[in-house]
Design a binder for this molecule. Structure first.
Ligand code: SF4
Length: 292
């Protein structure tokens, strides 16, 4: 039986290699990590130029979770940096290198990275990232159409075994038509309830319904986490009588040139599959052959 030690519905575990961050957009309003670690616990100061707090026990926590998963005989999900951003440009590169070391040497977990700084990914990923670590899912947060238009090209440019989008809190209608073929997973939600008096955003029914329908029509896994404002599971994530809690396959492979994972696209005339020897789909392989 799977264990879930995190309060975040789509992961079994969460842990921080460091704590502290700077708000970078409307999705950071009411940041729970700022409310908890800065305003309540006074562990760090939040914002630009403020020192981040390195967490000593991160790799030990990962190791323990991996051992637990090995004993269970099932892979478990581990959300990295729930109170910080892996691509924060205000942490030393060595801190990020420690994280990559932990990820690349852990066998029984699938790591989930969620960033609001996807534009930094290409320059901050490790040299051996290549087509993405086989145990690491990469998600970017975008909360409205403006952010999708601005940041989806950046996310699409980064190879990852599972590529996803976190639209939480959803702050407007979002059309993903142009991008769904490059996505494996979409998380949707309202704004979590915070300490203090600030009023969190409840997700708009039409926006959520429409996004779920877009994903399901395209065969993209979609996870509706919460309406928001304290309405969480088991009843705060029901839409039209159903909880939508889908996960991507963790072994998705995609063409490194166009990003598609259309299995039919990699069949040749005689029925063999290009994946056996290449990371290009047949369309891109044909094009590269033409170019050569
Ligand atoms: S990026 Fe995440 S952790 Fe950082 S301020 Fe924004 S919501 Fe908080």
């Amino acid at each position: 039986m799977a264990i879930r030690e995190s309060g975040i519905e789509w992961t079994h575990y969460s842990g921080n290699a460091w704590i502290g961050c700077t708000a970078v957009g409307p999705g950071c309003n009411l940041c729970y990590a700022d409310a908890l670690f800065a305003k309540r616990l006074h562990m760090v100061e939040w914002g630009q130029g403020k020192a981040r707090h390195k967490v000593k026990g991160f790799s030990a926590k990962v190791r323990k979770a991996s051992q637990q998963a090995a004993r269970l005989g099932v892979r478990q999900r581990f959300f990295v940096n729930s109170a910080s951003d892996i691509f924060d440009n205000e942490v030393p590169e060595e801190w990020r290198e420690d994280v990559w070391n932990t990820l690349r040497t852990t066998n029984h977990l699938d790591f989930i990275l969620v960033t609001k700084r996807i534009g930094n990914a290409v320059k901050m990923l490790p040299a051996d990232w290549e087509h993405g670590y086989s145990n690491t899912w990469l998600l970017a947060t975008m909360v409205n159409q403006e952010e999708v238009d601005r940041d989806m090209p950046k996310l699409a440019a980064v190879p990852a075994i599972v590529r996803g989008l976190s639209i939480e809190p959803i702050m407007g209608p979002v059309d993903l038509t142009e991008w769904l073929h490059l996505l494996d997973w979409v998380i949707i939600g309202g704004q979590s309830k915070q300490m203090g008096d600030a009023e969190p955003l409840v997700a708009n029914y039409e926006w959520v319904r429409n996004l779920i329908d877009q994903c399901q029509a395209a065969g993209v896994a979609v996870f509706f986490k919460q309406w928001g404002a304290g309405r969480v599971a088991p009843h705060g994530n029901v839409i039209d009588g159903v909880s939508i809690l889908e996960f991507p396959l963790s072994n998705v492979r995609r063409c490194i040139s166009c990003g598609c994972h259309d299995l039919h696209a990699c069949l040749t005339d005689n029925g063999t599959c290009h994946w056996a020897s290449s990371n290009l789909c047949s369309r891109c392989m044909t094009k590269s052959g033409e170019a050569a």
